[in-house]
Design a protein around this ligand. Structure first.
Ligand SMILES: Cc1ncc(C[n+]2csc(CCOP(=O)(O)OP(=O)(O)O)c2C)c(N)n1
Ligand SMILES: [Mg+2]
Length: 805
C-alpha cells in the first residue's frame, strides 16, 4: 500500500487505526452531546458543536494524527473539526476529560482550535475561515526563510498542513496566498480539502473539484484526488463495476447527499431505476444487502483509511500538494448528507442508538478504549508509538535577541516620522549584530514608498534562489539595489494586505514553530489596515509577534488623494487586543518607541500588570506604529530614561500647565505643530495653557481602564499614567484634544478626572487639497483648536481667533 516506512503496512496497524477512527467519532459526538445536554438549561441556549462538520474529517484526521504526521509537521484544523481534534488529543494524553466535559464552556476545550486558549498543542488557531489555510502556506515560507539563514538546520523540515472545508475555498485570501506561494517557490505544504460538497447553507456547485484541480495545478501544486474508497475500487473491478463508477461520477452532488441521508433502500431504488436493467451491474447491486449497498455507496475516498493513507504517504515532497478528498458531511451519524445538517445535533434517542452501535456502556462514555475490538493495552501501546507522539509538546521556544540601548539616528531639523523610521532601520542595517540579523521586513508592494528602501538596499531581498538585479547588471543607474538571495532580509509581497498580515503572523510565530526567533516588521499604507484587518486580528489572536508600520496616514497625506485617507485606524489601535499602538509626532519619540517595541514583541511573561502604568508589559504583544509623511520641525532635547518611559507609557507634558490653567491642548501625531501654534495664539488670553503630547492613546486608555478595575477590586492606590498626568490639572480646566483621525480616539480623556473635553479630529474624508486646506476643511488646524478652546474654556475673547468659515 505504501512506500513509506511509517505507513501502517501491517494489517494490525490498520485495525488499530480503524478502531481509533470509531473512537474519535464517538468521543467527538459525545463531547458535543454532553456539553449541550449539561448546559442547555443554563441560559436557554444550546452550546452547539458542529457534529456534522466534524464527522466528515474523522477518517482523515485519524490517518494524519495516528500515522502520517511527524513531530516537526504543523497543522491548521478546520474550525468545525475542533471536537475531532480534541478527541484525538484526549486519546494521545494531551487533553483532559474535564476540559472535554466543558467543551465550548468557560475554560473548556475551545469551539475552534485555539493556540492561546486551548491546552492541547494547537499549532495554528482557526475560526475565521480561510486564514488558517493561508497561514500554513506562509509558515512553510517562513521555515524556508529560517533555514536559508542557517538557523534550525538541526531539526528536520516540517510539512505545514491545512484541513480545509470545501466552502472555505470561497474565501479570496486563499487565492491571494496561492499566488504568493507560487512566486516564492512554495513546498512542504499540504492542503487537504474536505470535499463534502456542503457549506453552511447549501450544497456546493457541481464540478468544483475540476476548477480546483486546474487552479492548483496552474500554481505548481500536485493535486491528488481521493474519490473512491477501497470498497468502491474493489466493486469497480467486478462485472458491471464500470457502469456503477460512471453512475457515481455523473451523480449530482445534491442527489448523492440526499441518497446518503436516505440510506440503503433508497440507494437500491435509485440505482435500479437508473442502471438496474443493465445485466452485470444489477447483479452487483443485488448481491448486496441494503446495509452493504449503503456502505459501498458511502465509501468515498475520504472515509476510507487505506485510500487516504495511500494518498498521504505517496505525496511528492518537492511540491505543495492539494488533496481533494471526497467526504460526506455527518458521515457515520444519522443526519449524514442532509443539507440542513450544519448546526444539527443528535437527539437523545439518536445518541442512545449510536451509543449502542458503538458498544459503549452507560457510564463508560469517556473510557478511551470502551467498545473497541483490539485490547486496551494494544491500543495504548500503539498510541505511544505514533510518530507525532514522539515530539510532544511540539511548541518550541527561542531565546530573546538583545536590543541595543539606543538607536543611533541623525535627526534632521525638519523630518517626518516616516523618514525617521527609514533612517532608524538604515542605521540598524549598517550593523552586523545578532539584532540586525534577526530582523525580517516585508511589505505588500510599498517597500519604497514606506521608506524601507535604504534598509533593503543594505540587507537585500529574500529568495530561495539568488536573482541578480538586471538594472544593476546592465549598469543602468537606480537608487535601489533589488537583489534576491537566500540571505536577504526583506520578503517582497504582491499588493495583498491579507497576505502581509498572515505572513507577519507566520514570521511572528517562528520562535514557537521553528524554535528560531525573528523580529518581523511589516509596512503598509494606514488605510489598508482595514483591507487586512481580519488577518491582523487573527495574527494577534494567535499571539504572533511583529511590528506593523502604517504610513502615510490620515488626511495629512494631503495631495496623495482622498481615497487613501484613514480615519478609523486610531480606534482600531485602541480596540485591537494584542496590539499596542503608537502615533508619535517626533523622531526621537519614534526611536524610543521602536527600541521598546523590539523588546516588547519578545516578552512572554505572565499577565500581571505593572504597578507603574497598569499595562501588561510583561506579557508582551505586537506593535502598531501609525506614522506620517509630514515633515515637522524637530525639537532638540535629551531623552532621559524617565522621559523615554513616559513616551512609551503614552503621554508627557510638552508644556506642563500651571496651577491656574484654564485649558489644555492634548494632541497626538502629525498635528503637533498646529497644537503648538494654538497654544501660542491663546497664551495672552488664557492662563497657564498646558500642552499634552500623546504618543499612545491605546496605552493610556488601557492603563486607565486597568487601574480603575484594580481599584474596584480593592487596590485603592492603583493609579494609571494618564491619571497621574491629569491629577494636578484644575477641574474647571477644559481640554481640547486633536488628532488626524477619529475624534473619539481622545474624547474619553475628559472622563479621567472630570474635565470638559472638546475632541477635534476627522469624521469625513475624501477631499484632496494641500495640508493647510485640509486641516482647515476638517477642523484640525490651529484656528479650530483655538475656537474649541474658547468654547470649552470660556473667558475673554481670544484675540487671535479668526472667524471660522
Ligand atoms: C470568515 C468567516 N465567515 C463565515 C464564517 C461562518 N462559517 C463557518 S463554517 C462556514 C462554512 C462551512 O462550510 P465548509 O467550509 O465546507 O465546511 P463543512 O461545514 O462542510 O465541514 C461558514 C460560512 C466563518 N467561520 N468565517
Ligand atoms: Mg463543506
Amino acid at each position: 500500500m505504501s512506500k513509506s516506512t511509517s505507513s501502517p503496512n501491517k494489517r494490525d496497524d490498520l485495525e488499530m487505526l480503524a478502531a481509533l477512527e470509531r473512537k474519535v467519532l464517538w468521543l467527538a459526538s459525545w463531547m458535543i452531546h454532553n456539553a449541550n445536554h449539561l448546559r442547555e438549561n443554563e441560559d436557554g441556549l444550546k452550546v452547539g458543536g458542529h457534529q456534522a462538520s466534524s464527522a466528515s474529517l474523522a477518517t482523515i484526521m485519524t490517518a494524519l494524527y495516528f500515522d502520517v504526521l511527524r513531530p516537526q509537521d504543523r497543522i491548521a484544523v478546520k474550525p468545525h473539526a475542533s471536537p475531532i481534534f480534541h478527541a484525538i488529543q484526549y486519546l494521545l494524553g494531551n487533553q483532559s476529560r474535564e476540559r472535554l466535559e466543558a467543551f465550548r464552556g468557560y475554560k473548556g476545550a475551545q469551539s475552534y482550535p485555539s493556540r492561546t486558549k486551548d491546552v492541547d498543542d494547537v499549532d495554528f488557531s482557526t475560526g475565521s475561515v480561510g486564514l488558517g489555510v493561508a497561514q500554513t502556506l506562509f509558515s512553510s515560507l517562513t521555515q524556508d526563510y529560517v533555514r536559508a539563514h542557517g538557523w534550525g538546520l538541526g531539526r528536520p523540515e516540517g510539512r505545514m498542513v491545512a484541513l480545509v472545508g470545501d466552502a472555505e475555498l470561497d474565501e479570496g485570501n486563499i487565492f491571494e496566498a496561492l499566488l504568493e506561494g507560487w512566486k516564492q517557490g512554495l513546498r512542504n505544504c499540504w492542503w487537504i480539502i474536505d470535499y463534502n460538497r456542503q457549506s453552511l447553507d447549501a450544497v456546493v456547485r457541481e464540478g468544483l473539484w475540476e476548477r480546483y484541480e486546474h487552479l492548483f495545478k496552474n500554481f505548481g501544486w500536485n493535486v491528488a484526488i481521493v474519490k473512491y474508497g477501497s470498497l468502491q475500487q474493489a466493486a469497480f473491478k467486478e462485472p458491471g463495476g464500470e457502469t456503477l463508477r460512471r453512475w457515481i461520477d455523473n451523480c449530482p452532488n445534491q442527489l448523492y447527499s440526499a441518497l446518503v441521508f436516505a440510506g440503503g433502500a433508497a440507494w437500491r431504488r435509485r440505482l435500479n431505476d437508473e442502471i438496474g436493467d443493465q445485466g452485470d451491474v444489477s447483479k452487483l447491486i443485488e448481491r448486496r444487502s441494503d446495509n452493504e449497498l449503503a456502505a459501498l455507496m458511502n465509501n468515498l475516498g475520504g472515509h476510507d483509511l487505506p485510500s487516504v493513507l495511500d494518498a498521504f504517504h505517496n505525496a511528492d515532497p518537492t511540491k505543495p500538494t492539494c488533496f481533494i478528498c471526497y467526504t460526506v458531511k455527518g458521515f457515520g451519524l444519522p443526519f449524514a448528507g442532509h443539507k440542513d445538517n450544519h448546526a444539527g445535533l443528535m437527539t437523545p434517542q439518536q445518541m442512545e442508538t449510536f451509543r449502542q452501535a458503538m458498544d459503549v456502556r452507560p457510564g463508560h462514555e469517556w473510557d478511551k478504549f470502551e467498545g473497541l475490538q483490539p485490547a486496551a493495552e494494544q491500543l495504548q501501546s500503539f498510541l505511544a508509538r505514533v510518530p507525532i507522539a514522539a515530539g510532544s509538546p511540539r511548541r518550541l521556544a527561542a531565546p530573546t535577541v538583545d536590543v541595543p540601548d539606543n538607536f543611533a539616528v541623525t535627526i534632521q531639523p525638519v523630518m517626518s516620522t516616516q523618514s525617521g523610521f527609514g533612517a532608524i532601520l538604515n542605521e540598524i542595517g549598517r550593523s552586523d549584530s545578532e539584532f540586525a540579523r534577526h530582523i525580517v521586513t516585508t511589505s505588500p508592494d510599498v517597500t519604497v514608498s514606506t521608506n524601507l528602501g535604504p534598509w533593503v538596499n543594505r540587507r537585500g531581498l529574500f529568495a530561495r534562489q539568488a536573482m541578480a538585479d538586471t538594472f544593476k547588471r546592465e549598469q543602468i543607474p537606480s537608487t535601489f539595489n533589488w537583489e534576491f538571495s537566500p540571505k536577504g532580509q526583506h520578503i517582497e509581497l504582491g499588493i495583498a494586505e491579507m497576505n502581509l498580515f498572515i505572513l507577519l503572523s507566520a514570521l511572528g510565530l517562528s520562535h514557537t514553530i521553528n524554535g528560531e526567533r525573528l523580529l518581523p516588521i511589516g509596512t503598509l499604507y494606514d488605510p489598508f489596515i482595514a483591507r487586512g484587518l481580519d488577518a491582523l486580528n487573527y495574527a494577534c489572536y494567535q499571539d504572533a509577534r511583529f511590528i506593523v508600520v502604517a504610513t502615510p496616514s490620515g488626511i495629512t497625506l494631503a495631495g496623495e488623494g482622498g481615497a487613501h485617507q484613514s480615519i478609523a485606524e486610531p480606534l482600531i489601535g485602541i480596540a485591537q487586543d494584542g496590539l499596542a499602538s503608537f502615533e508619535p509626532a517626533y523622531v526621537d519619540e519614534l526611536a524610543a518607541i521602536m527600541r521598546w517595541a523590539f523588546t516588547y514583541i519578545q516578552k512572554d511573561g505572565d499577565a500581571t500588570p505593572s504597578e507603574r502604568n497598569w499595562l501588561r508589559d510583561e506579557t508582551g504583544g505586537s506593535v502598531y506604529l501609525r506614522l506620517s509623511t509630514r515633515p515637522i520641525e524637530q525639537i532638540k532635547r535629551q531623552i532621559t530614561p524617565e522621559f523615554q518611559q513616559q513616551i512609551v507609557d503614552g503621554a508627557y507634558w510638552h508644556r506642563k500647565p500651571g496651577p491656574n490653567c484654564q485649558v489644555v491642548v492634548a494632541y497626538k501625531g502629525a498635528v503637533a505643530p498646529e497644537a503648538i501654534e494654538a497654544v501660542g495664539l491663546m497664551a495672552e488670553d488664557r492662563r497657564d495653557v498646558g500642552l499634552l503630547a500623546i504618543t499612545s492613546a491605546d496605552r493610556l486608555n488601557a492603563g486607565w481602564t486597568a487601574a480603575q478595575r484594580a481599584r474596584e477590586r480593592g487596590l485603592v492606590h492603583a493609579r494609571s499614567h494618564i491619571e497621574r498626568l491629569l491629577a494636578d490639572v484644575p477641574s474647571h480646566c477644559g481640554i481640547v484634544s486633536v488628532l488626524d483621525g477619529h475624534p473619539a480616539t481622545l474624547a474619553w480623556l475628559g472622563a479621567v478626572a472630570g474635565h470638559r473635553v472638546r475632541p477635534l479630529g476627522v469624521e469625513h474624508f475624501g477631499q484632496t487639497g494641500s495640508l493647510a486646506d485640509l486641516y482647515r476643511h476638517y477642523g484640525i488646524d490651529a484656528n479650530a483648536i483655538v475656537a474649541a478652546a474658547q468654547a470649552t474654556a470660556p473667558g475673554r475673547p481670544i484675540r487671535h481667533l479668526k472667524a471660522l468659515p
